[in-house]
Design a protein around this ligand. Structure first.
Ligand SMILES: [Fe+2]
Length: 260
């Protein structure tokens, strides 16, 4: 689904973002680890089923970069709408975005996703990859955190909680965090919500881009700022005419998300 050039350019950008987002203290550990497993990480999918999202070679890095981009856009929205962005750092947001799904690689000694040798499962269920049952079962977010501690990267409390519960209420065990019955146990920051939104958005966009393995619609590039600008400004002209409730002031706020 992705060309060799796209897989390579995604990897180059992934490493570049890591270099620019984090201090040497972290990159000195992260970069050798990523280099050791470079081929595996470059080629691994983001999911096992072709109707899920990015279940093809290079899908993992493509997905993680899309979550990174979505999180940057969502950060601007939370900030513009009055969210308290003082409760976390942009580095924490970027770290969670770039490593929330690291556990999809499996253990260091065993890949999680393996090409499916059952044509029936591929044809009937879309299971283009199968799970490696030789490695212990572990939830993806927990394996991400396990691998980070195994390589010796310190994770902040915000990063830990955000990575752990980024699946939101798709995982029942996250109810403790998202459906708190008491004021004291409410999340102290919106970062986990932002990351869940970014991940959900990215996965849905990937499904829409590649909803049929034989019908690729795009080169995987997310809708970028300039395209968004154009679309919104066109919408603004039309909608202010037809919808008096959609004020210019409201549309100016929406436009501003895409300007910085
Ligand atoms: Fe994800």
């Amino acid at each position: 689904m992705l060309s060799a050039e796209k897989i390579q350019s995604n990897w180059d950008r992934y490493i570049s973002e890591i270099n620019s987002c984090f201090s040497n203290k972290r990159t000195d550990i992260l970069l050798p680890f990523l280099d050791k497993y470079k081929e595996r990480l470059m080629m691994m999918p983001a999911a096992a089923r072709n109707w899920h999202h990015s279940a093809f070679a290079g899908g993992y890095v493509d997905h993680v970069l899309r979550v990174f981009d979505c999180s940057n856009h969502l950060f601007r929205i939370w900030r513009t709408m009055g969210g308290d962005i003082s409760t976390y750092t942009v580095e924490e947001m970027h770290f969670a975005a770039l490593f929330h799904d690291l556990g999809k690689m499996g253990q260091q000694e065993g890949e999680y996703y393996q090409p499916n040798d059952s044509q029936w499962h591929i044809d009937k269920l879309g299971q283009v990859y199968k799970f490696n049952t030789d490695i212990p079962a572990m939830k993806i977010p927990e394996r991400s955190l396990f691998l980070l501690q195994e390589m010796g990267v310190k994770v902040t409390q915000n990063e830990f909680i955000t990575i752990k519960i980024h699946d939101g209420l798709y995982d029942d065990s996250n109810k403790f965090y998202f459906m708190s019955g008491q004021k004291e146990t409410r999340l102290r920051t919106h970062l986990p919500l932002l990351m869940h939104q970014a991940d959900h958005m990215a996965a849905q966009i990937e499904f829409e881009l590649w909803d049929n393995a034989s019908n690729p619609k795009s080169t995987s590039k997310p809708a970028n700022a300039s395209k968004g600008d154009k679309t919104l400004r066109t919408a603004k002209k039309i909608n202010t005419k037809n919808n008096p409730n959609l004020t210019n002031a409201t549309l100016d706020v929406i436009d501003s998300f895409f300007k910085d």
